[in-house]
Write a protein of this length. Structure first.
Length: 319
């Protein structure tokens, strides 16, 4: 069924106590009313902007359509991670299993998760901030990303879909890892996510799959480009094959495609190759990443990030 982009709840002001209980329904007792304002992301699972008058605060509302009479598997999977608490992991405030919604004269059932609100994802941020001329900023955010991933792995949780679109800039100007709809835990018998093209390298070890994605994100933040496009040649270079089979030729090809890549930090290049090795066991683990020479370089502290980014980010949002 094709539905228009805008999804409207049956009441603009809704009472959570009237809804069927969700797994997090007792976690935020004072969210009695929510005003659904607008759609802020039209992805596979739309994200709406919601406002709580009681708290005078905005939230993101991630919406999952029912599959016929059945609750969405991605919603159920993501709800398993409501209790995650870390400075670089999105805060999931509450979840509601079932709510009737209407759109275009049709009534249907949805579930939703309430999330803390951020400014934008890093795919957008790459077009706002010139990371290529500030290795210190790249390193700052990469360290935050590694810190968040280390927390997940310490809890036996593997994200499995790390990418720039699944990292947002929080209101404190630090990274939040988002979207756990396809994540798994140690011992899961079934995976419902296999990553996103250009950011993944399928393997049986979910921790090493996340490490590979870290490498792709590191390259994207450093250069403003993806290291390759799956199944596509760029200026006749099959970059993905070169990365897997001949790293020296991979770098030579990139220098031919983009002259600026000839000036890339050798320590960055070494770390990137170590994260994206074709054999999963050969990839660095998180402790080894943290000991790498590039990772140990200078970073901005939290107090420096806001004045560095605030004007550019807010000017972009208001434009």
């Amino acid at each position: 069924m094709n539905k228009p982009q805008k999804i409207l709840l049956q009441q603009v002001a809704l009472s959570l106590c009237d809804l069927e209980e969700g797994p997090g329904s007792d976690s935020y007792n004072h969210l009695e009313e929510l005003e659904v304002l607008e759609e802020i992301s039209n992805s596979k699972f739309p994200v709406l902007l919601a406002f709580s008058p009681h708290h005078d605060r905005h939230f993101a509302m991630k919406v999952f359509h029912y599959n016929g009479e059945h609750i969405n598997d991605s919603y159920l999977n993501e709800c398993r991670f409501l209790a995650l608490k870390h400075p670089h992991i999105i805060s999931m405030i509450d979840a509601v299993d079932k709510r009737k919604a209407y759109c275009g004269g049709e009534t249907f059932c949805i579930s939703y998760i309430l999330l803390e609100l951020g400014f934008c994802d890093f795919d957008v941020l790459l077009g706002v901030i010139d990371f290529t001329n500030d290795e210190k900023l790249v390193r700052t955010f990469f360290r935050q990303l590694v810190d968040g991933l280390e927390y997940l792995h310490s809890q036996g949780i593997f994200h499995l879909d790390l990418k720039t679109q699944n990292m947002i800039l929080g209101e404190d100007y630090c990274i939040r890892i988002i979207d756990f709809g396809g994540s798994c835990t140690a011992g899961d018998q079934k995976l419902i996510c296999f990553g996103t093209p250009n950011f993944k390298k399928n393997c049986m070890d979910p921790a090493k799959a996340d490490i590979y994605s870290l490498g792709i994100i590191l390259f994207a933040l450093t250069t403003g480009f993806l290291p390759y496009l799956e199944g596509q040649a760029i200026k006749d270079y099959k970059l993905q094959e070169l990365l897997l089979n001949d790293p020296n030729e991979f770098w030579a090809a990139h220098e031919e495609i983009e002259v600026a890549h000839s000036k890339l930090n050798p320590d960055f290049k070494s770390l990137f190759i170590s994260l994206t090795r074709p054999i999963p066991k050969a990839r660095l683990d998180l402790n080894q990443i943290k000991k790498s020479k590039w990772f140990q370089g200078p970073i901005y502290n939290k107090q420096q990030l806001k004045p560095l980014l605030e004007n550019r980010v807010k000017n972009f949002i208001s434009s």
